[in-house]
Design a protein around this ligand. Sequence first.
Ligand code: SN0
Length: 315
Amino acid sequence: MNNFIHINNLDNLQLTVKEAIDLKTDELKFKSLGEGKTICLLFFNNSLRTRLSTQKAAQNLGMHTIVMNFGSEGWQLEFEDGVVMNENKSEHIKEAAKVISQYCDIVAIRAFASLTDKEKDEAEIVLNNFKKYANVPVLNMESSIGHPLQALADAITIEEYKAVKKPKVVLSWAPHPKALPHAVANSFVEMMQLQGADFVITHPEGYELNPEITKNSVIEYNQEKAFENADFVYVKNWSSYKKYGQVLKTDANWMINTDKMKFTNNAKFMHCLPVRRNVVVADEVIDSENSIVIQQANNRTYSAQIVLKKILENL
Ligand code: SN0
């Protein structure tokens, strides 16, 4: 593998999940693979799990890591061609990407959606320009429209906790005071489609994700009905896609509580974190035995590690 931009960059998701689970039994098994190699992690937005787990993953493979909070510490980058740079942008991506490439063997980027300009967000300007101008492989640590490292960690977690071959998995929208990106939900949907699983998406009307991503996945507007017989409930807020970036509803009825979980088949509760307690999910659910959010976050290391391993093997 060269770049990891999208979950489809893996040639076999199921096999990758198995390889990641194997890694967990001996996480230092490939510690000489990344010897003398460096990864640059560039953050245009906040991070906890992605930053620490990717660093841990790189370390388990013997790599060195350089981290930069680009959003607050870097020069403001210009991404457009032929611009007279006499305003607030100090450096062009053409130089920045080429310079950074000289300091590392892999460059990893986090750049959230603006949620104000759909067209620009969908063009994945930051990620795609790094891909275009960098001379090293590019790793997506959550871009405008996808978070494939999270989706891979989710696939690993479902594989570990499923009790039947084809569990029922529900992706449920939940309320949130802020406008949040679609990236996590998008990649989760794309990952579930690759699994051929029993999969249902539930959200209030008006919160449909990009239909080019949801394709023929089942959408059920009645949350309780969607939860019937669910083995996994994956919860995430996102802002409206149609009315791009808007918060249309903060209805507490969509929050996940014990009463809702009663409709399920004693389902496991999943969330990518960070999560707003008692807005998205009630304490009683996230603190229950059915909550696997901590184990899910642990799998971020092995998701990143298996991806980095594949990129290193191809350098
Ligand atoms: C991000 C998102 O894409 O929804 C990152 C998730 C991995 N989440 C947030 O920005 C939550 C921020 C908040 O204030 O709750």
